[in-house]
Design a protein around this ligand. Sequence first.
Ligand code: ADP
Ligand code: MG
Length: 292
Amino acid sequence: MNSRSTSTGLVASAAEAMRSQPASPETMETTSWLAGPAAVDLKSVTHTFRSLDRSTVTALSDIGLEVRRTEFVSIIGPSGCGKSTILRLISGLLKPSSGTVSVFGLPVTEPRDDIALVFQRPTLLPWLSVLDNVTFPEKHKTGRVSKETSAGALEILEMVGLQDFLHKRPSELSGGMQQRVAIARALLQDPDILLMDEPFSALDALTRDELSVELLDILIRRPKTVVFVTHSIQEALLLSDRIVVMSPRPGKVTETITVPLPRPRGLNSMLDPLFAEMTGEIRSKVFTRTRH
Ligand code: ADP
Ligand code: MG
């Protein structure tokens, strides 16, 4: 498939190439991802949930997290440490108990159109076709689907390898294909920021690898800021510019690791000795934090 062949190939986008280069006057215009406010900025964020019985759970404590434009940041940490809560705060679905959450320099007050979410389960509408699922958000919002949206949907579904399944229902697809539909739906929104909450963790290992490589390829073609939650150190290493390690609840950021692996990346990146070295390093950091 076209998308897969470029992901491990030699083609790197301008955005990819620029990541490894310092800004110079000639590249100032195209390095706008470096200029201006961070895409995502959490400052001293604490979040406490209050239950109906008045008991409280402090999910996050004093979180600081800055994500630059087109940067890919993964969050790793034990269950219940507040990873999904962070994504909900960024997406505007939740307000922090204290601290500030900003997106492109503005405080988040409500869900924004330029942020899309992908969850662990694909949350598709079972009675709609693949194509109709992907265009559903526009249909729901405006009552119709424009020609541009339909054309965009076809292009994106081809990008994720589903061009032959446009008129199938979700139940006729494998888990990996269903998740591709969910990713296509998020991409059709053309968000600046993609929030992905363990998007591949319900899939088998081979499909996970395949989707990771496809995601790398998609981001070369359509650069986006990504905040990605995962339990897989290898997935985080393959995909990320930086990896944030969190402690058990109340979640705090305990480490931020820059991934030095060169881009473009593909499954071959896993053969890089640095990959094994960093897997061990991160494992020891995650493990020490969760052992007690
Ligand atoms: P993670 O995604 O890292 O597994 P979450 O962000 O889902 O963790 O949850 C962090 C903590 O907050 C957990 O202890 C969870 O039980 C609690 N929590 C999450 N959502 C709510 C909620 N709506 N009401 C009460 N507690 C919640
Ligand atoms: Mg979660």
